[in-house]
Design a protein around this ligand. Sequence first.
Ligand code: ATP
Ligand code: MG
Length: 574
Amino acid sequence: MTDSDTDTKETGQAKETGQAKETGQDFIRDIIAADLAEGREKTVITRFPPEPNGYLHIGHAKSMCLNFGVADEFGGHCNLRFDDTNPAKEEHEYIDSIQADVRWLGFDWGDNLYFASDNFEVLYGWAEHLISAGLAYVDDLSPEEIRDYRGTLTEAGRNSPYRDRPIAESLDLFRRMRAGEFAEGSRALRVKIDMASGNMNLRDPVIYRILHAEHPRTGSDWHIYPTYDFAHGQSDAIEGVTHSLCTLEFEDHRPLYDWLVDNLPVPHRPRQYEFARLNLAYTVLSKRRLIELVEASHVAGWDDPRMPTISGLRRRGYPASALREFINRIGVAKSENLIDMALLEYCARESLNLVAERRMAVLDPLKLVIENYPEGESETLEAINNPQDPSAGSRQVPFSREIYVEAADFMEEPAKKFYRLSPGREVRLRYAYFVTCREVIKNEQGEVVELRCTYDPETRGGNNPPDGRKVKATLHWVSAAHAEHAEVRLYDHLFKVPVPGADGNVIDDLNPDSLTVLKDCRLEPNIAAITSGEAIQFERLGYFRADPDSTAEKPVFNRIVPLRDSWAKLQAKT
Ligand code: ATP
Ligand code: MG
């Protein structure tokens, strides 16, 4: 078995270099394998426990891949549990979206769907159990006073004056809290552990607070709600969870997690293990911050294709397999680090390259007229659908006298190493012919509006002519008369700095150029099959997918990723 420290270091290194791990092994899997081998557990039951207070993001994908992944690998199962203990922020919309996202990512909880709120009665009984055992008390201090009495990291806390009130009095008050007799914040139930503990979480933490809020599932049945710490471990115990895998911020809560299961008549003893959360550069992975973006309309919604949410990535066109591969590559370890978005893009390219059909599209059209091509005529040329997949076959693409090429593929005064179109220069039109630029037409502002060219009929199909002449560039194009119009949306990082909100304000760090809308793009015809939702490659431009905003008259495409592999480049630089 690998020593877990060594393993952490190795995985950390693998992350930095972005190299795939050789095996699926990590310290969590080592712990589980040992628990099974040594008989401490007979089976593996994990849970993915989202709080339904927002949409899932790619950080949650890491938790899902780990929880569902290990359960599957070790022949156990993973529960989907809604940690719905804070009615103020939770909504049905989130419960529905979370289930859809988990399924889309490829995970199946089967019959194992749970809600922490289903356990409210049991949890309440266990709270009374603690009071009766002299291990919990109703505190009349206000939330501010409780905070003040807690002390600091360097100073011990002070006992509340209500800490030693009689058990019967606490029981009575707690029942009346439940009945809704008291105002929010006027009382709380705390467990009695140690106000001088070096771990702040053990300084008599609150386990129930008064909230007169409507709960999405229990309505107005309850006036008190358990805290995360009280609900989580106990829900694990009730569900028979063996390995409760959570992120590192809960490490300091583990002693409380253990204290509670040790002091309650739980049916099963779960254990908590912590791993590093996913941090992704140039974005934020926190529902609280993502909500801010949605509510202040800095993005078009939770599924805005710039969002790091599962629904945003899906709408943009990322395949679920790319997300899973990304999570697999970053691995699971205990050391925090910042992952570059380019790795996710790399995974998308790897997966789309194999399946995405190729088409031609011109995003910024410049008209090219072929003077020696007969007016009013057209022909079709054969184009390969996917060079990675011969079974994808080929298609016929119309060609005629007037076509569009990309404006950026022409330079009147070509820079060094610019081999594409310029006056007098010959280039290949993909699958079509060689053309030579003869004349440049400009408008009154001096902008290039049209290129007059000639073509060589001997190069049909884009083949070299019999005289062996070669060209240095191949351009994509579409036939003007046959082209369909489309809107294309290009995306850049949502934020302009790698760690947004370092000074507390994420809004200031938003990238004003994160979205570019190109309203008059031209596509080769017959894209109907493509708008059905499959990702496609627009040759030379990247991978795209039709957006739900598409209409029959005007398709809208999102660029998922450009073709160029900035990940490899980045690796070379660092
Ligand atoms: P957020 O800060 O986005 O609200 P959270 O931890 O409050 O995140 P939960 O709904 O409570 O969100 O999270 C469900 C599970 O997903 C938890 O087990 C949590 O540890 C895990 N998780 C959340 N964010 C990440 C992340 N960035 N990387 C890995 N796991 C995460
Ligand atoms: Mg949380």
